[in-house]
Design a protein around this ligand. Structure first.
Ligand code: MYA
Ligand code: JJ1
Length: 388
């Protein structure tokens, strides 16, 4: 059934529930001298290119490829439209390897027709912190689909990750592959219900009018928690402590240090927004919340071309109830003109989704590890990792 994935060191369907298999790497690292030195072969009309994301021209080519060919919903009404600034942020991370930003060009025209990326990360699985690659933005131009290009790209990124002496990876996909560590549900909170209904993102509920719907989703004008403010550079040490302590309870989570927190969580305009609660009494940082900006193109609507979506990222509450914290972040997202706030049922998110009027979407997100087996089945609430 999976001619390619059956050959890879990933959890196979036949092994699900086999208690004799232990947690950890599926196969051992090979000596670096045995890693293939030359790139895999592409069909002769195509060539490999390393994408220099410092170059605004190359960044623009990746942006355009993804804008026109990346992930769509099951009815092809919306397509992710990651911004150039977002792609730079997602790919030029602390310690990144330029060689992991891999493109494929048509030899004749030099047009970019496919892309896959990896970035380095330390991911903790139970007690072990493992150096991994996070693989994302796998994309093949619509005109080149179903030609088995994706397996070649996956093998090539694997080779380049191996050359850096890294043997594990984490990735997510909307499709089922062998075999998810867990499957998460997308939830959506309407901020601009009229537009969402007009573009077909949501429907008017039974026995609901437009004006009742608008009233249902109304939010206060500004956050209500005393001491709620934007995160600043000086907060990095306190946020790192808060987040590390919080993430330690999940089975799978990133092992963030201060450099990672500065990169991933310091506010970056139109890319990532972060807020915290500083106690008005003792100036302690007690709570934290964040979201990233990922618009979608609206395919074939007369009135609107972009859906402005915020995605819940990392949130930590120790003093402010999580529901109140998330209500404040919904208020900020509404102020910033987002149409919808999205979240997965990871970490403690289930505790606020229904109360804050999120509804389940029609999409799921499957999480995977490459060359690492997890012993026990994982619920989404055991996952402390959000990939972009
Ligand atoms: S997930 C986002 C993926 N991108 C999209 O969905 C954008 C729109 N779609 C496309 O661009 C194409 O349809 C893609 C497939 C490129 C997805 N992950 O070339 P093919 C398998 C993994 O004929 P195409 C993200 O970015 C499929 O099961 N495998 O197909 C994370 C089949 O294999 P098998 C996938 O449709 C990516 C084979 O490919 C995916 O032209 C993580 C068919 O190839 C998918 N999303 O192209 C990648 N979709 O026969 C894995 C299909 O066995 C990383 N396939 O069923 C693994 C870790 C690597 C590093 C390891 C380091 C140590
Ligand atoms: O956004 C998604 N679904 C929306 C739109 C559906 C349009 C028709 N298919 C949705 N809307 C309902 C919202 C409603 C608001 C009021 C309360 C009730 C709910 O369900 C879905 C997620 O649900 N998104 C996708 O399908 C996009 C692809 C998801 C897989 C992503 C793969 C990521 C790649 C790895 O990096």
């Amino acid at each position: 059934r999976h001619k390619f994935w059956e050959t890879q060191p990933v959890g196979q369907y036949k092994d699900v529930g086999d208690a004799s298999l232990s947690e950890g790497p599926i196969e051992p690292p090979t000596p670096l001298s045995e890693v293939k030195q030359e790139p895999y072969n592409l069909p002769s009309a195509y060539e490999w290119t390393t994408c220099d994301m410092d170059s605004s021209e190359t960044c623009d080519e990746v942006y355009v490829l993804l804008k026109n060919n990346y992930v769509e919903d099951d009815e092809n009404m919306f397509r992710f439209n990651y911004s150039k600034e977002f792609l730079r942020w997602a790919l030029r991370v602390p310690g990144y390897y330029r060689s992991w930003h891999i493109g494929v060009r048509a030899k004749a025209s030099k047009k970019l027709v496919a892309f896959i990326s990896g970035i380095p990360a330390r991911i903790r699985v139970n007690e072990d912190v493992v150096k991994m690659a996070e693989i994302n933005f796998l994309c093949v131009h619509k005109k080149l689909r179903s030609k088995r290009l994706a397996p070649v790209m996956i093998k090539e990124v694997t080779r380049r990750v191996h050359l850096e002496n890294i043997w594990q990876a984490a990735y997510t996909a909307g499709v089922v592959l062998p075999t998810p560590i867990t499957t998460c549900q997308y939830w959506h909170r309407s901020l601009n219900p009229k537009k969402l209904i007009d573009v077909g993102f949501s429907r008017l509920g039974a026995r609901m009018t437009m004006s009742r719907t608008i009233k249902l989703y109304k939010l206060p004008d500004s956050p209500v928690t005393p001491g709620f403010r934007k995160m600043e550079l000086r907060d990095v040490p306190a946020v790192t402590r808060l987040l590390r302590n919080y993430l330690s309870q999940f089975v799978v989570a990133p092992d963030f240090d201060e450099n990672d927190v500065e990169h991933w969580l310091l506010p970056n305009e139109n890319v990532v927004d972060s807020f915290l609660v500083e106690s008005p009494e003792n100036h302690e940082i007690t709570d934290f919340c964040s979201f990233y900006t990922l618009p979608s193109s609206i395919l074939g609507n007369q009135n609107y071309s972009i859906l402005k979506a915020a995605y819940s990222y990392y949130n930590v509450s120790t003093k402010t109830p999580l529901t109140q914290l998330m209500n404040d972040v919904l208020i900020v997202a509404k102020q910033k003109n987002f149409d919808v706030f999205n979240a997965l049922d990871v970490m403690h998110n289930e505790s606020f989704l229904r109360e804050l009027k999120f509804g389940p979407g029609d999409g799921q997100l499957h999480y995977y590890l490459y060359n690492y087996r997890i012993r026990n089945a994982l619920k989404p609430s055991g996952l402390g990792l959000v990939l972009l």
